[in-house]
Design a protein around this ligand. Structure first.
Ligand code: SAH
Length: 286
């Protein structure tokens, strides 16, 4: 690999984790804030991701237990998954998910909670995850939330001390989701947060996920794509992020030793919004 290959994105040097934190700290803890002023795309986004994950499960020819498909509205409060009781662990499609950059849990509550018995979160902004760790959070009530790290991905490792740990809950003798050692994940779902990592950090991060993944596990990445005519990655100074080309996402996967198993282009967003194209990628170690 020559020097150019190791740094495909000339704009990466402008990325600042401190600027990212300052930006997100100023953003309101609601779907509008999470989606940059386009809350109306939430329901379509979640439904597309749900279909994609179902396709992944069919690739492995697993039996399909029934899951909640409630998508009644795009607002987080009314979309929140609130099963009347916690299903037995073995009825979930996935046993343990990791969700980086979860924000207020738009994806966590609407996509992951009905599919995943246990969930860990990495999200730097504590005011976002406060809604997920509160006693009245559906994830806490149903014993699905294990750990929350309030750290940027650039600083996170699986051995970092979590800000929230179900083991610390008062009645942890009733809580079978308490985690004391590093678990293996069967789903690592990254959406609209990996744009905050430089190419080099992305590769380090992806490599760090490989030992955390069960053999049956999936790494899913759902991100915007650069629409630059020459395929350049685009820096956004507002939130200190980079919108990458499809080619550079793929280069990062390859550099980390990940194999692209399936990918789809998001459809259904209103054209008049003129949003970036959005792609979802499913990856496994080579
Ligand atoms: N994935 C969620 C939230 C998207 S908003 C959803 O799709 O609804 C982007 C999220 O990334 C915010 O919650 C923000 O705090 C988080 N974020 C910003 N910089 C980050 C970083 N360096 N590491 C991890 N997460 C980051």
């Amino acid at each position: 690999m020559d020097a150019d290959d190791s740094n495909p994105s000339a704009v990466d040097s402008q990325i600042s984790t401190a600027d990212q934190i300052t930006y997100w700290q100023s953003i309101s803890a609601d779907v509008d804030g999470m989606l940059g002023g386009y809350p109306q795309v939430s329901r379509i986004d979640i439904q597309f991701s749900r279909n994609f994950v179902q396709k992944l499960r069919r690739l492995d020819r697993r039996p399909t237990p029934s899951i909640s498909t409630s998508t009644s509205t795009s607002h987080i409060a009314s979309q929140a998954a609130q099963p009347s009781h916690q299903p037995p662990t073995n009825t979930y499609a996935f046993q343990h998910a990791l969700e980086p950059g979860a924000g207020i849990g738009r994806v966590t509550l609407n996509l992951l909670a009905p599919l995943c018995a246990q969930i860990d979160i990495v999200e730097p902004i504590e005011k976002f995850t406060a809604v997920l760790t509160a006693p009245e959070s559906p994830l806490v009530k149903h014993n699905q939330l294990c750990r929350v790290w309030n750290l940027p991905l650039q600083d996170w490792t699986p051995t970092s001390i979590p800000a929230y740990n179900a083991t610390d809950s008062n009645d942890n003798h009733h809580n079978n989701n308490a985690v004391t050692s590093s678990p293996k994940y069967d789903l690592i779902f990254n959406q609209w947060c990996l744009n905050h990592l430089s190419f080099a950090s992305l590769v380090v991060y992806f490599k760090s996920l490989i030992p955390l993944l069960l053999p049956s596990g999936w790494i899913v990445v759902k991100e915007n794509l650069s629409s630059d005519a020459f395929g350049a990655d685009l820096f956004d100074a507002d939130d200190s992020s980079v919108t990458r080309s499809d080619a550079n996402w793929r280069a990062a996967f390859t550099a980390a030793g990940l194999r692209l198993v399936k990918t789809d282009l998001q459809t259904g967003f209103p054209k008049e919004l003129k949003l970036y194209p959005v792609k979802i990628y499913a990856l496994r170690p080579v």
